[in-house]
Design a protein around this ligand. Structure first.
Ligand code: GBH
Length: 448
């Protein structure tokens, strides 16, 4: 094989609860901020919502079979907080716990390692009503939720991530308001950042109080920031955005310090001892990476700096092939990001918890020939292997994602899956990339 991976490398896929589960009111599941947001007219493309999503709640066995058929060794999924605690605290729904318990049993019976994420953006609406992440109490409540998860399921799971992409849900949810809960308020944003960091630390403590040997960490979406022009404004903006996008969670969690400028901004929320809580010993960094960001100065944005989002194209870039998200294909940035973690964050164990691309795939003659996705994966996996060859301690890769699903504010229009889903009938049809991935797993590598 041209591109070969280390022995025992984990291969799998990643998903998240709201994007696939559906069954939005089943067994008294409570509302999350995404239920509310998706039911607010005009927030989601085509006014789509995740009420049914791809009905993974009812189809999880057949879905796990699709993973097992190609011998995946890991599955990264998230737990819906309100399926277990409809109001985020207080009443516990046993049937909600049972769902995840059965899911985990099914995975283990097929030798697939469950990689659990506690929070993939679906904050209980009741907690949002009390201030959400801007309320310091939410951190403590999150730690209680984490405790319950480990108490109920911790006999069969080892690997837990506290948050998925805290920068994404705080910047887009609370600064530009593009995602749930749709708030745009600087104070709300920065206090939330600090409280999410605290929640990370407190939950690690509460989980470890039950099982000290859990593998714990956080999943962060990181990537190089590039100024979109050589103008001083954009160069400065790129530094600012790098701080918000890449450092305000990673640095306190993994280095025990906030970037200096940010510390000044949150001064009034910071209490003595907070950094000791946040900076728990971690077992790994989960890296989600899709692309680098071309940053521009934007005086109208709360953060004064931003990258493209929604359907925008990368700023100041012409004649470059983009995926259907308008994202660049830049595997060298993936390599760079992995090496930066190795070199500047103390050579951590790294799991590549998300990476993938969207294309407008169609079924033709019973087949989905998504050759562009296969090309994408080859390039990005070659970058991973290069990083491993240069000493990066990468232990596994979970592709985003198994199925076409609900892509947040962009609704069902974007298709990231290895498996095509007909959103009317919910029929699953493996794409050619699924068969490609099957070969990668079988050979623990591939030929270019
Ligand atoms: C990851 O986010 C997420 O973890 C995953 O849930 C998501 O489906 C995947 O990547 C692909 O996007 O900005 O509302 O217009 C990466 C950040 C968040 C950027 C969703 C693109 C598109 C919808 N992405 N966003 S929106």
């Amino acid at each position: 094989m041209d591109i070969q991976f280390p022995k025992k490398f984990l291969w799998g896929v990643a998903t998240s609860s709201y994007q696939i589960e559906g069954a939005h009111t089943k067994n008294d599941k409570g509302k999350s901020i995404w239920d509310t947001f998706a039911h607010t007219s005009g927030k989601i493309k085509n006014n789509d919502n995740g009420d049914i999503a791809i009905d993974h709640f009812h189809k999880f066995k057949e879905d796990i079979n699709l993973m097992a058929e190609i011998n995946m060794s890991a599955y990264r999924f998230s737990i819906s907080w309100t399926r277990i605690l409809p109001k985020g605290k207080g009443q516990i729904i046993q049937k909600g716990i049972d769902f995840y318990s059965k899911l985990i049993d099914e995975l283990l019976s097929k030798n697939i390692k469950p990689l659990v994420t506690l929070y993939h953006w679906d904050l209980p609406q009741s907690l949002q009503d009390e201030g959400g992440w801007s309320n310091r109490d939410t951190s403590k409540i999150f730690a209680d939720y984490a405790y319950i998860v480990i108490k109920e399921l911790g006999d069969r799971i080892n690997f837990v991530s506290t948050f998925n992409e805290p920068a994404v849900f705080t910047i887009h949810g609370l600064a530009d308001g593009y995602m749930a809960p749709g708030i745009s308020d600087f104070d709300h944003f920065i206090s939330s950042v600090h409280n999410v960091n605290l929640a990370h630390g407190l939950s690690m403590q509460s989980m470890r109080s039950i099982r000290s040997d859990l593998e714990l960490g956080c999943v962060l979406n990181l990537g190089p920031c590039i100024p979109c022009t050589n103008n001083k404004d954009d160069i400065d903006a790129s530094r600012i955005y790098d701080m918000y996008w890449n450092r305000i969670f990673l640095d306190p969690m993994y280095k025990g310090k906030y970037p200096k400028d940010f510390l000044e901004q949150i001064d009034k929320y910071f209490r003595n001892g907070d950094m000791q809580i946040i900076n728990q010993k971690s077992d790994y960094i989960g890296l989600n990476h899709y692309q680098h960001t071309r940053v521009k100065a934007d005086p109208t944005h709360l953060l004064k700096a931003r990258g493209a989002y929604g359907n925008e194209k990368p700023f100041n870039l012409e004649n470059v092939e983009l995926t259907s998200m308008n994202w660049e294909i830049a595997p060298e940035s993936y390599y760079k990001q992995i090496m930066e973690l190795k070199n500047e964050y103390n050579d951590p164990i790294i799991y590549l918890t998300e990476n993938g691309c969207s294309y407008p795939d169609k079924i033709e003659n019973g087949k989905v020939d998504d050759f562009k996705r296969i090309e994408f994966y080859k390039k990005y996996l070659a970058a991973v292997q290069k990083a491993i060859n240069n000493g990066a301690n990468v232990r596994g890769y979970t592709a985003w994602t198994l199925f076409d699903n609900f892509e947040w504010a962009l609704g069902f229009e974007k298709r990231f899956g290895l498996i095509h889903v007909d959103f009317k009938t919910l029929k699953r049809t493996p794409k050619e990339s699924y068969y490609f991935y099957s070969e990668v797993i079988k050979n623990n590598g591939f030929n270019i």
